[in-house]
Design a protein around this ligand. Structure first.
Ligand code: IMP
Ligand code: MG
Length: 188
């Protein structure tokens, strides 16, 4: 796909997962999720903003069981940081009650695991019928908290990536592929 202003090139060291590979995997995940929740009466996909938004909108096109969507935003990074600080806060909460519902969290990436660990704790306390995790990416080498990932797109090495929803200092979420950032290069 042509990108009108390829400013990202200066920050890219390699493309890790191309757009076609992402689309194929997302379709397969959608089918897996559809089978798993075939008899779920009240499925809710909870997208973690902002990184999960492109993944959610592609994924839900392949989820054939009726479902609702909702969004929450958390912050776990200091300004400009590329590593999670481990202290997580809810910046925007869900707009609906999740008690008694089948909830699937849709995340962009699980790195240390602190962000998702916190989200899971918060949502579990609201008594959903079930609570599961779908993440596009996982960096297992970086894990500090054990997280069960029920549906996973790709395992990736310990490299900072951007594109397909993931940001490089808040930019380039629009790229259709997942690229590795050049080490040490920051925007501005
Ligand atoms: P964790 O709490 O360390 O697991 O971090 C999870 C969050 O950090 C994700 O939801 C992302 O927003 C962000 N993150 C972690 N690794 C990357 C990366 O390589 N690129 C962009 N964002 C990342
Ligand atoms: Mg992020």
């Amino acid at each position: 796909m042509d990108i009108p202003n390829p400013a990202y090139v200066a920050y890219l060291s390699e493309i890790l997962v191309g757009s076609d590979a992402i689309q194929k995997r997302v379709q397969a995940l959608g089918q897996e999720i559809s089978q798993f929740y075939e008899n779920a009466p009240d499925l809710l996909l909870v997208c973690v903003l902002k990184g999960g938004v492109m993944f959610l909108t592609d994924l839900m096109r392949h989820v054939s069981v009726p479902h609702a969507i909702d969004f929450m935003a958390v912050s776990s990074y200091g300004a400009g940081a590329r590593r999670s600080s481990g202290s997580v806060r809810i910046m925007m909460d869900l707009g609906q009650d999740i008690s008694g519902r089948d909830v699937l969290i849709v995340e962009d990436i699980i790195d240390s695991g602190h962000t998702l660990d916190y989200i899971i704790d918060q949502l579990r306390a609201r008594k959903p019928a079930s609570l599961r995790v779908c993440s596009l990416l996982s960096k297992p080498e970086r894990r500090e908290v054990d997280i069960q990932i029920d549906f996973l797109g790709f395992e990736i090495p310990d490299k900072f990536v951007f594109g397909y929803g993931l940001d490089l200092d808040e930019k380039f979420r629009n790229l259709p592929f997942i690229g590795v950032a050049k080490p040490g290069v920051m925007i501005e």
